[in-house]
Design a protein around this ligand. Structure first.
Ligand SMILES: [Ca+2]
Ligand SMILES: [Ca+2]
Ligand SMILES: [Ca+2]
Ligand SMILES: [Ca+2]
Length: 550
């Protein structure tokens, strides 16, 4: 049928994003800039929803089962959902992963689920997450094959009402936005090239509160080879990262091919919110596949690569843009890049339904890879400051990604933004913190509904993320329902704490609620400071004091 693989009409689009910084109305001055169209080196086209579903014997029925829940604590934080057939084969590595999350202060639930690929299965899993979110769920880790929600749309990149192309693609925002309205009411009619009434198993409608409430990250390895080996090996790399054995130089490579040359320094500045030390490569004749390949053993914690792409690789132009050079996904396992995290400004590079998809090859590389931001469709991240800002503050990569998505949607979600962003996904463990503070603080209350005279109990956890021992000061402050500080602050400490290299310390702390405490919602803050009084990290939780017992 000769459908072309459409990669990044980006040049045009960036015009729209720059204009959007002022007005966010999708207006752009695109007239002078040609739309880039490209065909992959061997004529590949994207896998369609029907081809994908027919390619493997997915189970018919969806089932979901609780395997594990952290003892004692209240507010659940993280749900780990594992393909039920994969679970037994990765149990040992998964057990270590969960134990480490708990030691870092997360409350963890583990569920198994089948990979039924139907709208009802996706809706059931999402409803489960929504129910859990109402009880405090902050994020979900998806391991192995699970119901994949797909979305379909006719792109509208330019904001000038000119039609772009039809695309269907996996959409992880479906599991992040838990109170918006998603529906399958339409399908694509190739004759008229329009969306027409009638469902087809692919979501096409998204309305209401579209912002994401939780973060997600996925470990999807079945399209890459031996899934059990790849996920077990990946969880081993996560363990090594958390214990200081898988670390690289604290610096970033920002690699920008010709079409985005004018934005290279601006985008490098955005990466600078998280990485002060950067190498910028953007000379059009220098940016080629062989140059990029050569840099993959240069020791960067973070790589931001901006290139035309398809799931099987990146294309870099040279000779004044007249020649293409290719870097293929299948090269990655043998190169085994010396890099941990990637931001793939690279069309469809994270399209995790395609065999050998490149984002997966980066993340599941033998020794190092840990995470990648990318897209399952044409488009990628823009407005990078909304991502690198939270990342640089030490947030989890999943939370930085969620915060970025929220920022793009909450001021209006224009068609050009949907076209750019709907495919965005996070590959790998969303709980990793590339820019973790030297010491992190986490507090987990047992119960947050209390009466005067009852006892507030919480677990405080402090983690030293450094390879050397650290001495710092910790204390706790409470704010009253009217927002004023409690006159008896600090209610805990200040105490001087010493932690050895990568040491984790947890302690249960109790406070009796005074009989005269006014009813309402209080905030409890835990703070870690240097001996000079500079803040290192803080965490907080809210608790409610009822008017009377019971
Ligand atoms: Ca929402
Ligand atoms: Ca549909
Ligand atoms: Ca180039
Ligand atoms: Ca917006």
């Amino acid at each position: 049928m000769g459908r072309r693989w459409i990669v990044l009409p980006l040049v045009l689009l960036i015009g729209s994003s720059v204009a959007a910084e002022e007005a966010d109305n999708g207006v752009c001055d695109a007239g002078a800039i040609p739309v880039t169209r490209w065909e992959s080196p061997h004529g590949e086209v994207p896998l369609s929803f029907e081809e994908w579903r027919a390619a493997r014997p997915w189970p018919r029925d969806f089932s979901l089962g609780r395997v594990y829940h952290s003892a004692v604590r209240a507010a659940p934080d993280v749900d780990v959902i594992v393909n039920s057939e994969l679970y037994d084969d990765i149990e040992a590595a998964l057990g270590q992963y969960v134990a480490e999350l708990e030691s870092w202060g997360y409350v963890v639930t583990v569920d198994t689920a089948s990979a039924a690929q139907t709208i009802p299965a996706c809706e059931e899993l999402r409803q489960y997450l929504a129910d859990r979110h109402a009880a405090g769920l902050e994020g979900v880790v998806l391991i192995g094959d699970l119901p994949v929600p797909w979305f379909q749309m006719i792109d509208e990149f330019e904001g000038d009402d000119l039609r772009d192309d039809y695309e269907e693609f996996p959409i992880d925002l479906f599991y992040m936005d838990l109170d918006g309205e998603w529906a399958d009411e339409l399908h694509y009619d190739p004759q008229s090239q329009q969306m027409v009434p009638g469902p087809d198993g692919i979501f096409d409608t998204h309305e209401g509160g579209m912002e994401p409430e939780i973060w997600t990250g996925r470990m999807t390895a079945s399209p890459l080879g031996d899934e059990v080996y790849l996920i077990t090996n990946y969880l081993g790399k996560v363990h090594a990262f958390r214990t200081g054995a898988n670390t690289l130089a604290e610096r970033a490579l920002v690699y920008v091919d010709d079409d985005w040359y004018p934005w290279a320094m601006q985008w490098s500045g955005d990466v600078g919110l998280a990485y002060g030390d950067r190498t910028n490569v953007y000379d059009p004749e220098e940016t080629t596949a062989w140059d990029y390949r050569d840099r993959l053993d240069d020791d960067y914690e973070w790589i931001a690569v901006h290139a035309h792409s398809w799931p099987g690789g990146h294309g870099f132009v040279y000779n004044n843009g007249s020649s293409w050079s290719w870097f293929y996904a299948y090269e990655i396992p043998s190169i085994d890049p010396l890099a941990l995290f990637y931001n793939l400004f690279a069309c469809s590079n994270a399209r995790y339904v395609e065999d050998g998809y490149m984002g997966g090859e980066y993340v599941f590389a033998p020794t190092r890879g840990l995470g990648a931001i990318g897209s399952t469709k044409t488009g990628s991240m823009l407005e990078f400051q909304d991502f690198y800002g939270p990342l640089g503050e030490g947030k989890e990569i999943g939370e930085a990604f969620r915060a970025w998505f929220e920022a793009q949607i909450k001021d209006g979600f224009e068609m050009w933004e949907k076209s750019w962003y709907y495919g965005m996904t996070l590959l790998g463990d969303p709980t990793l913190r590339p820019q973790a503070p030297a010491v992190s603080v986490a507090m987990t209350p047992e119960s947050v509904e209390l009466a005067p005279g009852e006892t507030l109990v919480y677990t405080a956890t402090v983690v030293n993320h450094a390879d050397t021992s650290v001495t710092f000061v910790g204390y706790g402050d409470v704010s009253l329902p009217n927002g004023n500080p409690y006159p008896g602050n600090p209610v805990l400490g200040p105490i001087t704490i010493v932690l050895g290299p990568n040491q984790v310390k947890s302690r249960s702390i109790q406070h009796v609620i005074p009989l005269g405490a006014p009813a309402g919602t209080y905030t409890y803050e835990g703070v870690a400071e240097t001996l000079l009084g500079e803040e290192i990290d803080r965490d907080d939780f809210e608790f409610t004091v009822n008017a009377s017992a019971g």
